[in-house]
Design a protein around this ligand. Structure first.
Ligand SMILES: *Cc1c(COP(=O)(O)O)cnc(C)c1O
Length: 362
């Protein structure tokens, strides 16, 4: 079978050229007689790939000098716990914005740890169809961080402007929009992402952390759960997921070859517009879940006039090579995940199919 257009939410599509390069080098990595997976994580071959991935992330995402780029295990989900465990001090509190399932999971971990926090804004009453207005945040020295989920993978909403935190570190779960658009690092304390949506294969989280926050770590956190353990050892304290990190490096080289993250952002806007136009120009046949101002460029959620049409849509789309469109049960309908690696052509074929499907099923 030929390659399909894979709209899965995560793990998700990877650039074909990245897969081909990984395949070419798989059995005999750069003439070393073994694959990158078989190399020691302490050897020069792997270390070069590891450091190149870090330096390309810094270069392309314009990460300031006072940040570290770490590769940690446990996915984005472990960050939900490590953030309050290491960065929320006793006697201080955190502010959380609740924009959906992933924010709720992060809040749950702060609660389990018995930490103090407030939820300062939520879009739960609207089934998370928007990014709520965030009240002005006063920096009175009592707040350790402000926490947001920049892109809500399930509901299809995205922050298009980061909240003004007046110097309080902003913690961002960017699992589904990391590297999709340039970012202003001004207030950011930590930006993290499970790699498997927009950065590479599963098995690793990319954690970009401001170094002055290390001072907050309490003494009673186990070694593997401390940012400083991994920072001191350049994410080589224990054996990292070497193959996944190597592929992240290839993805970064691919982004660079296309002109970097600004270029990626331009392409992402163009792709999302094709699909949103198909929704907006369907005379109400398709209904977008997210309100327009909060629409995500990465996960496009919409419903059909009756749920009975869902299976028909999915199977006809599949016949055209459009995979992974079934929506999450909390929204219903469809979700098209249009991450960096989704080709423009995929969104074009999808939008044309949507037009035809609407006309045939009015
Ligand atoms: C997928 C996802 C997660 C969970 O990632 P894991 O790496 O599976 O733990 C967290 N946050 C967001 C926004 C996600 O999309």
């Amino acid at each position: 079978m030929d390659r399909v257009f894979n709209f899965n939410p995560g793990p998700s599509t990877l650039p074909v050229s990245v897969l081909e390069e990984a395949a070419k080098d798989l059995v005999n990595y750069k003439g070393s007689g073994m694959s990158i997976m078989e190399h020691s994580h302490r050897g020069k071959e792997y270390e070069a790939a590891h450091n190149e991935a870090i330096s390309l992330i810094k270069e392309l995402y314009k990460v300031p000098e006072n940040f570290d780029v770490l590769f940690l295990q446990g996915g984005a989900s472990l960050q939900f716990a490590m953030i309050p465990m290491c960065l929320l001090r006793d006697g201080k509190k955190a502010l959380y914005v609740n924009t959906g399932t992933w924010s709720q999971k992060a809040i749950k971990e702060a609660k389990i740890l018995g930490k103090k926090f407030d939820i300062i804004a939520t879009s739960e009453p609207d089934n998370f169809n928007n990014i709520p207005a965030i009240p002005a945040i006063k920096n009175d020295g009592e707040i350790d961080y402000v926490y947001i989920t920049s892109n809500n993978t399930i509901f299809g909403t995205e922050f298009h402007k980061l909240p003004e935190t007046n110097g309080i570190p902003l913690i961002i779960d960017a699992s589904s929009d990391i590297f999709s658009a340039p970012i202003d690092w001004k207030n950011i304390g930590v930006l993290f992402a499970g790699a498997q949506k927009n950065a590479g294969p599963s098995g690793v989280a990319v954690v970009i952390i401001r170094k002055d926050l290390y001072d907050r770590e309490p003494a009673n956190v186990p070694s593997m759960l401390r940012y400083t353990t991994h920072a001191k050892e350049n994410s080589l304290y224990n054996t990292p997921p070497t193959f996944s990190i190597y592929v992240i490096g290839l993805v970064m080289k691919w982004i660079k070859s296309l002109g970097g993250i600004d270029a990626m952002y331009t392409i992402n806007k163009e792709k999302a517009k094709m699909v949103y136009d198909a929704i907006d120009n369907s005379n109400g046949f398709y209904k977008g879940h997210a309100v327009k101002e909060s629409r995500s460029l990465m996960n496009i959620t919409f419903t059909l006039p009756k749920p009975e049409l869902d299976d028909k849509f999915v199977s006809e789309a599949k016949a055209l090579g459009l995979y992974g469109l079934k929506g999450h049960r909390s929204v219903g309908g469809m979700r098209a995940s249009t991450y960096n690696a989704m080709p423009v052509e995929g969104c074009k074929v999808l939008s044309e199919f949507m037009k035809k499907f609407a006309a045939d099923n009015k």
